[in-house]
Design a protein around this ligand. Structure first.
Ligand code: ADP
Length: 253
């Protein structure tokens, strides 16, 4: 069954994130750049989606608009049934904190904190007293139960990214956005990180949206959105790395 059929059959759920006619223009007048040129797209809940496209096709801009880090010039973005454009800055910050997880290429862990403290951080920021079992469980899920007391500098890049994933998931976000999560990792560490994202979706029903330029990484996704010149060129399901690479070559050609 394809993802659309699953949804039509009522076994899937709604979109965790929805963009409707989203435009994002940088600058004005002669020098204006249209980074997104009318994108209408859903990211289904419980699905691992990848966003691909040539350099400059609008991937980062799409991720930033979808995650409420940037406001579109026109169009609407809805996350977990909340329209972001209707929120003021404070409400948007709270929504990002409570409903959205982020993983970046550069890990972005707090150097002075242990792995366990890094994972507990989003709970603390939300004013909750971190539940130690929940935090430990999160670290165990990423295979790092025995590294709870280590600081980022005492961990490999792959291990740091796994801590970042545990941190991003600890609040139970409606969606996890990953921006080139394997960009700074060797291929073995990349595989571990991608397998973890895959498992988060398969075992725990999480929703992942990953921007990548790596066809191998996109091959882990259920669904790949291809952008070109700020528009959706194609959405394909269940491609392997070779299928992704072929389509990308066509877009770049
Ligand atoms: P990608 O992630 O696919 O490489 P981006 O979303 O970064 O693409 O960029 C899409 C287009 O928007 C590019 O032409 C880029 O130069 C332009 N762009 C992105 N961010 C800015 C910005 N802050 N100011 C001006 N132009 C930008």
């Amino acid at each position: 069954m394809t993802i659309n059929e699953t949804r039509a059959a009522g076994t899937g759920t709604a979109d965790a994130v929805r963009l409707r006619s989203v435009r994002r223009v940088y600058g004005a007048g002669e020098g204006a750049v249209t980074a997104l040129d009318g994108v209408t797209l859903g990211f289904p809940a419980g699905v691992f989606s990848a966003v691909m496209g040539p350099s400059g096709s609008g991937k980062s801009t799409l991720l930033h608009c979808a995650a409420g880090l940037e406001r579109p010039t026109a169009g609407t973005v809805t996350v977990a049934d909340t329209e972001l454009g209707a929120l003021d800055e404070r409400a948007l910050t709270l929504l990002r904190r409570d409903r959205i997880g982020f993983v970046f290429q550069s890990f972005n862990l707090v150097p002075a904190l242990t792995a366990e403290q890094n994972v507990a951080l989003p709970l603390r920021l939300a004013g909750l007293r971190p539940d130690r079992d929940r935090v430990r469980q999160g670290l165990a899920e990423v295979g790092l139960a025995d590294r709870a007391g280590h600081r980022p500098s005492e961990l490999s890049g792959g291990q740091q990214q796994r801590v970042a994933i545990a941190r991003a998931l600890v609040t139970g976000p409606a969606v996890l956005f990953a921006d080139e999560p394997t960009g700074a990792l060797d291929s073995a560490a990349s595989r571990e990180v991608l397998a973890l994202l895959r498992r988060a979706v398969d075992r725990h029903g999480r929703t992942v949206v990953m921007v990548t330029h790596d066809p191998v990484a996109a091959g882990y996704a259920d669904r790949v959105v291809f952008l070109r010149d700020g528009r959706v060129a194609e959405v394909a399901e269940y491609l392997d790395a070779r299928g992704v690479a072929e389509r990308l070559a066509r877009l770049e050609g």
